[in-house]
Design a protein around this ligand. Structure first.
Ligand code: GLY
Length: 314
């Protein structure tokens, strides 16, 4: 049994392993681990305390995938609920659908009895106001909800260096099944309704117990365009090791064109329990690994594979 996660998963990885040791499934472990990251108000990229969109509203994306059946559940642009990963799991279990967004996702969450709450913390609200006041005056900020030119401001407000964040968990259980999950508040000051890669199966998340599972954090638009998580598993299927598969998806990302290119982080765990972490952001990023015979998670360096990054205002 093994769990790997992004570094911000430290608050949840031990609990996730306890779930596996107690006989829970990989899907149970992934959900349990991510719920603790979502509850951590100090993490401004996930759940409670996540930084809001351009209008100051926290919109959350999440997905979960069961590698044994490849059944998946995802929600996007969800407002006012504490645990998007559990709502994504309910989509997987209760509906014939894979992805619900915005009002539909909120309606479903209400029907399923999930806890509603304000997800914008005081600290995140202050950070939002300070960030926007660096590029606009107070009158413009107050008028934003009625303005018809949000598209101009999002280019100023969205900072490619802040497009990271997000939490990734992948688990391999005693039965040999893999599951993967991703949860995020997305870009700080994103355009309302923007979805990243986290709720897009095949982009930010993919699990297939025959081969492996992969998850992403970073500039979600790039993982959507390159089909990064699904590609990683296809490379495993073709015989690559996790390290080789990770290098190949980073090479694919490096061939993308266009004015907006930023960093990506990828985690891969194969069906044999081998793993790799990649980053194109900066050297020195890590990921965590915990097996059933370890007492504390091991912090491992991600392989740094620089890809072209630029941000050109048009
Ligand atoms: N990878 C998270 C996002 O782009 O929203």
């Amino acid at each position: 049994m093994i769990i790997i996660c992004s570094e911000n998963g430290e608050v949840g990885i031990r609990t996730a392993m306890e779930v596996l040791k107690g006989g829970g499934s990989a899907l149970d472990a992934v959900e349990a681990g991510i719920r603790l990251v979502e509850a951590n108000a100090e993490d401004h990229s996930v759940g409670l305390g996540g930084y809001p969109n351009l209008l100051g509203t926290v919109e959350l994306d999440a997905s979960i995938m069961d590698g044994s059946t490849r059944m998946s559940g995802a929600i996007g642009a969800l407002k006012g609920f504490a645990h998007p990963i559990s709502i994504a799991r309910a989509v997987l279990e209760k509906l014939p659908h894979v992805l619900l967004v915005a009002e539909g996702a909120e309606r479903f969450a209400q029907e399923m009895g999930f806890d509603e709450r304000e997800m914008l913390t005081e600290a995140a609200a202050v950070a939002w106001r300070e960030k926007l006041l660096r590029v606009m005056d107070a009158t413009t900020l107050a008028e934003l909800p009625e303005r018809q030119d949000l598209w101009r401001w999002v280019r100023l407000s969205s900072d490619p260096q802040r497009s990271g964040g997000t939490t990734n968990f992948i688990a391999l259980d005693n039965a040999g099944n893999l599951a993967s999950g991703v949860s995020t508040s997305g870009w700080f000051a994103k355009y309302p309704g923007r979805l990243g890669d986290s709720p897009i199966i095949g982009a930010g998340n993919y699990a297939d117990s025959r081969h492996g599972a992969a998850t992403c954090t970073g500039m979600g638009e790039m993982a959507i365009r390159a089909g990064t998580a699904r590609s990683a598993i296809l490379y495993l299927q073709q015989g690559a090791t996790p390290e080789e598969a990770g290098r190949r998806v980073m090479e694919d990302l490096d061939t993308l064109g266009g004015p907006y290119l930023s960093g990506m982080n990828v985690l891969i765990l194969d069906a044999q329990g081998r793993h790799a972490g990649m980053t194109s952001h900066v050297e020195g990023r890590n990921y965590l690994v915990l097996t059933d015979i370890m007492t504390v998670p091991l912090k491992l360096p991600r392989t740094y594979i620089p890809t072209r990054q630029h941000w050109q205002e048009t």
